[in-house]
Each structure stands twice: as C-alpha cells, then as structure tokens.
Design a binder for this molecule. Structure first.
Ligand code: WTA
Length: 642
C-alpha cells in the first residue's frame, strides 16, 4: 500500500484484482440506493422474484417483498459461481485444538450432504418451518452444519456462544421457546476438556426443550437421559443426502441472535431470509474482495454475529472455503494462529483489535519466521483499533502490502456497513472509513441537527437503511421501537454509537452512548452484570463500569456495598463466581472494590460517571447535586486515588 501523510491507498496489485475500483460507484448508488441493492439482489437465486424492493411503514420496513428464497440454495445447488464449479472445492476447513489431531476438510458437496442429512433428521424429530432451534456448540464443523440444516428447512436458528454459562443459555432458550437444542459432549480449550453437556443439561431446565442432540466431540463422560438425549451420529445415520429446500418468504426469519443493550436482559435480534442473504453475499464479495481462489478466516466464534456472517454465510455464499478453529488464540503457543495462516494459505484474515493487541504484547520474535505470503486482505472488527495496534497489524502481519479494513457494524445490522473498500481506500488508522455505497449515515446532535466534519454526535442510519438490518427484537416490539426508532423519530435508525467524520467523510467511532461495554470485543451491558451481582443475598447494591484496558479495550470494574461485613478476598471470590455462573468467564471483572456507599443523585440514581472519572483520575465536577457527597471520600480511599 502506498502512504500519503497518514492515509493509505491500495497498491496496484490490490486495485487491479478488486471487484470495485471506481469511486463512481458511490455517486451512482447515492442517486438511487434502492435500485443499487435491487441490482445486487438480481445476482442471487430467487425461487420467485420480489414484487416491491423496499416498503417503509415506520418503524417497520421490508426488502424484496414477496420474493421467495432459501439461503442454502444460494450456497449449494444454485451458488452464483455454478454448482459444478464449486462442488468439489473445499468449503470448510476445521483446525482442532489438540496438535496430534488431524484437521477436517469438507468439500461443498460433502458439506451439502451433511447439511441435508441433518436437516432430514431435524424434520424427523418434528422440527418445522418457523420453529426455533437452539444451537449451543463449540467451534466444530457441526455448528455450521446445524445452522445450515435449520435454514434448509426454514427453522430459525438461535446460536448461543458456547462459553456462555448455563444461566445465560437458559434465558435465551426461554425467550425463543425452542424445543430442540443441539450441543456437544465437550470441547478442547487450553489443553482441557470443557464439559459442555453439563451446562446444556442445566440450561434447559425450566425451558421448553424436550430433545437434545449431542455431537460427540471430546468423548468425555456425560450424563444421558433416554428419550431426551440423541447422538447426532445416530440421528443422521440412515438419513438421505437429499433434502428439498424450504421455499422461504424474503421477510421470513432466518435467525435470532441475542445481544446486550440498553437494559439487563439480552435482546433477540431478528434477521430475515432475503435481505440478510443479499447483504451477507455482497458485503463479503466487495469488502473482502472475495475471489474463487480465496480462503477466508474469520476468527470470531460463531456464537457472535461476526461468526455468523463472515465465518459462515458470506464466504459460503461466495463459494470459497471458510476456516474455523477450536481452542484459544495463543495456546499451546503464541504462534498458533500464525501457523494456521501459513498451513492453509489463508488469504483473507478477519479478527478483533483485542487479539492484535495481545499478539503485539508477545513481541516480534514469535512472528519473525512467518512470511504470510498468502495474505491479501486484513480486517478488524468489534471495537476501535488504536493506532499502535493498526500499525503492528499492518507491518508485522500484512507486511505493509495488505489493506486493513476497519469494519464497523453491529449484531443489529447483520453485516458490515462502514469501511473503505479495498480497491479504493483510503485507509486511515483509527477511522473505520466510508459508509458502503448505497447507505446514508449521518451524525446528529441531540436536537437532530446534522453536524459538520470533526464534530462529535450520534451516528444514525437513514432510509432505505440496509437490507440486512434487524426487523425486530423477538417478541418485543416495544423495545425495538424504544431502542432504535425513538431518539430521532421512527424514520431514523439510532446506532447508540458516538462518532464524527473528517473532511474526507471518513468516520471515526468514538464509542457507545449507552451502557454497553466491549470486553475483548464481546458485548455486554453494565446493567446485565449488575443484575447478576445483585442476585447475591449478601449484596446490598452495586455499580459496574467499564474502564479502558490495554489489551481487552475495556474491562469491567465492580463497586459493591455489602449487607454484612466480609473480607475483600471472600467478596471477590463470590462475585467472580457469580458472574461466571450467570454469564460466563468472559464477564469476570478486573477489579472489585468494596465500598460503604455509592454516589447517588437525590432521586436515587447511581452516578456511574463519577466512578469512571474517579478511576481515570479526572476532575469529578460538581458534586453538589449528590445526595451523599461524603461517599466519595470513602471510595477514594478504597481505590487509592487522591
Ligand atoms: C462497536 C460487532 C469501533 C460499536 C460486529 C458497535 C466498533 C458495537 C467497530 C457492536 C469498529 C463494532 N470500530 N467500534 N470497527 N465495530 N464496534 O453487536 O460500538 O458485538 O455499536 O457487533 O461494537 O457490537 P456487536
């Protein structure tokens, strides 16, 4: 890439190969965004063409109305690259954690057969169109097979991150009312077997799950209940390798994925068959510049939206291999990922800044011997990437030749919406880049006035939005309206992110304006953590805040007031145990402070902002509005800030 001040542009090589290299596309799309998406949708296979491209009845909107589609037909038998061309090509590469275990590869045809067999098995168990199916699987091929099998028969998949606790699983299963859960006996992480089935058994209590399908992965001992538990292998054994795709309406639900936001309870974002397919296919093709000879590795777990779209659907819709791996980035050694990239000649690599910062901290020695010749395009997602991490990624991994796409999006948007395109640029550290062609973003002040360059405000998306944007929060239209369509009225999608743009129009994301924190790229709300802690009978009240962390981006800190005196060690142990139990190990706080009182307004609202400033050693501002200003003195003592 060549550099102009601190802006980068693609090299000739990247530009020549790129699907999109002419800036004109932005102007063309702007003129008629609906037609722009319509033209892209035409290159996808529809059983029946849509009647209307975009219908808007604020806050609801629809895309490709009355079109008939199945996403799996677009991956397999009707893939736009041609089934004959791709059927013997690798679709899926799986790297297990134990180094003495062999990788598994499936061609498109093999994957298709597995998907069909399992789809038939699901049908035999009574799963029908519109039924929700819970998937609580580690990163093994069956997680992808399960998702696609559901999509094949029109069942709605709802994947739950395998590192979530049984309580977190339960909440989600209760909300979806799934009757079937797909899980595994266990999986490998950092040299140990994690007993997933135990969590699953606990998680399905007080839910409607009647049948549990278990993949044998780690061969650990598990408990078993006849007529409830079924081995995956037994179920598919006699099933046919053919299964007709269920013809879905464009606006039918493809999946529900839970995410955190605005209050304690996770929200089920609803994604549709038509719009999501169009967006997943095209954002992958253009942003990662996917060509037939590419191999994509998106390191995100399938339990998060990034794994859904860029670990599964997007690469497969584009007919290229997707790589997934079991385990942890730096186990058994820091070069685990580097080895995988070299071994499989990965060309497109997509990860989160947290991982980059972690590797950077290991120094340069471990990465020196890797040339990474195969890499062509690098992506970053999930949290802001700082300049030092950007430069390290650019130089040490991309060897100065791969464009870095800092991609902004959300679980709600289903696919990337802001990033400069690899064949056009420009790329600027800390800036996510330009909105994709066809999208209208704006930055507004509190009153809804559009802000000029370099002024920070709320990032919003204007009609016609994007085909993949969520259509609802499962069973909660009120929350949908309140969260996304209330701040500036029913026609403006409120992202909950603060941002500004520079004179060139490149967007810089500043951070969330709600109580969402991104811990190692994982999305939580502080309220969710507080709810979990407040369930402890020893706790009188608590406040959780996110503070900057060198590696994880942000990390939670807990302030807690107890009912009865206890030692800090004991309190810490209890709280951490509780968060692991209620949410999962990733929610563990960095620090717990035992305090006498929390700063509150006269109406009783806990002032988290003051706690945040205190830890950041910033000025606390006017404390006269507090009901209990004396609480600050004690807190200062506890956190050892003067
Ligand atoms: C943040 C992840 C800065 C943002 C795909 C957003 C980012 C939230 C970026 C959504 C980026 C995502 N730079 N911040 N490139 N990408 N975010 O739902 O605050 O897990 O609102 O989706 O992550 O997180 P989610």
């Amino acid at each position: 890439m060549f550099k102009k001040v601190d802006l980068y542009y693609p090299t000739k090589e990247i530009k020549n190969k790129a699907w999109v290299k002419d800036k004109k596309i932005y102007k063309d799309a702007e003129r008629n965004p609906i037609k722009f998406w319509e033209d892209l949708a035409k290159e996808i296979f529809w059983f029946k063409k849509w009647k209307k491209t975009f219908v808007h009845k604020p806050p609801s909107f629809q895309w490709f109305v009355e079109g008939k589609i199945n996403i799996t037909s677009n991956i397999f038998e009707k893939n736009s690259l041609g089934w004959e061309k791709i059927k013997n090509k690798t679709a899926l590469i799986w790297e297990p954690e134990p180094t003495n275990e062999k990788e598994r590869k499936l061609t498109y045809d093999e994957l298709f057969r597995e998907v069909n067999k399992f789809a038939n098995a699901l049908k035999r168990l009574g799963v029908r169109k519109g039924d929700r199916v819970g998937i609580y699987l580690p990163m093994i091929p069956e997680v992808i097979i399960s998702m696609l099998a559901c999509a094949r028969i029109g069942a709605i998949h709802s994947v739950v991150f395998s590192a979530f606790s049984s309580s977190a699983l339960k909440i989600r299963l209760q909300d979806t009312e799934a009757k079937v859960l797909i899980t595994a006996d266990g999986y490998w992480r950092r040299g140990k077997i994690i007993d997933l089935k135990k969590n699953a058994d606990e998680g399905i209590k007080q839910t409607k799950v009647k049948k549990v399908i278990v993949v044998q992965r780690a061969k650990n001992e598990i408990s078993w209940q006849k007529n409830k538990d079924f081995w995956w292998q037994d179920l598919i054994e006699k099933e046919s390798v053919q299964c007709e795709p269920r013809i879905m309406d464009s606006e039918d639900t493809l999946f529900i994925l839970y995410t955190s936001g605005s209050t304690g309870k996770p929200k089920g974002t609803v994604h549709t068959c038509g719009g999501y397919t169009v967006q997943a296919k095209w954002t992958g093709k253009w942003i990662f510049d996917l060509h037939h000879d590419d191999i994509m590795w998106c390191t995100a777990d399938v339990g998060w939206v990034t794994g859904h779209t860029y670990g599964v659907y997007s690469p497969l819709l584009n007919g290229i291999p997707t790589l997934i791996y079991e385990g942890s980035p730096d186990w058994p050694a820091p070069d685990r990922w580097a080895k995988i990239i070299e071994k499989h000649k990965v060309t497109i690599f997509y990860t989160a800044p947290t991982a980059i910062r972690m590797f950077k901290k290991y120094g340069t020695e471990f990465i020196k011997k890797y040339k990474f010749n195969s890499l062509r395009i690098l992506g970053s997602v999930g949290e802001p990437i700082d300049e030092a991490a950007w430069n390290w990624y650019f130089k040490k991994v991309g060897k100065g030749k791969c464009p870095i796409l800092d991609t902004w999006w959300q679980t709600e948007t289903g696919g990337i919406l802001i990033t400069s395109l690899p064949g056009i640029g420009p790329f600027k550290p800390c800036f996510t880049g330009l909105p994709l062609p066809g999208l209208k973003f704006d930055i507004l002040d509190e009153k809804g006035k559009s802000l000029p360059p370099n002024k920070e405000g709320n990032l919003v998306l204007l009609p016609p939005f994007s085909p993949g944007l969520l259509r609802g929060i499962y069973k909660n239209p009120k929350k949908y309206l309140e969260t996304y369509w209330s701040e500036y009225g029913k026609k403006v999608y409120f992202t909950s992110d603060a941002a500004y743009k520079n004179k060139q129009g490149l967007i810089r994301i500043v951070g969330r304006v709600d109580d969402v924190i991104k811990v190692a790229g994982h999305r939580f709300t502080t309220g969710e953590l507080e709810n979990a802690i407040s369930k402890l009978s020893s706790v009188s009240e608590c406040a959780v805040i996110g503070i900057p962390d060198e590696i994880k981006g942000e990390t939670p800190i807990v302030f807690v007031v107890l009912k009865k005196e206890k030692s800090i060690e004991e309190t810490k142990k209890e709280l951490i145990g509780q968060l692991r139990k209620e949410i999962g190990p990733i929610a563990s706080p960095k620090q717990v402070y035992l305090v006498e009182d929390l700063p509150k307004t006269r109406s009783g609202k806990i002032m988290r902002r003051i706690l945040k400033r205190l830890l950041a050693k910033e000025k606390l501002g006017d404390l006269s509005t507090l009901a209990n200003p004396e609480s600050i003195k004690d807190i200062k003592k506890v956190v050892k800030v003067r």
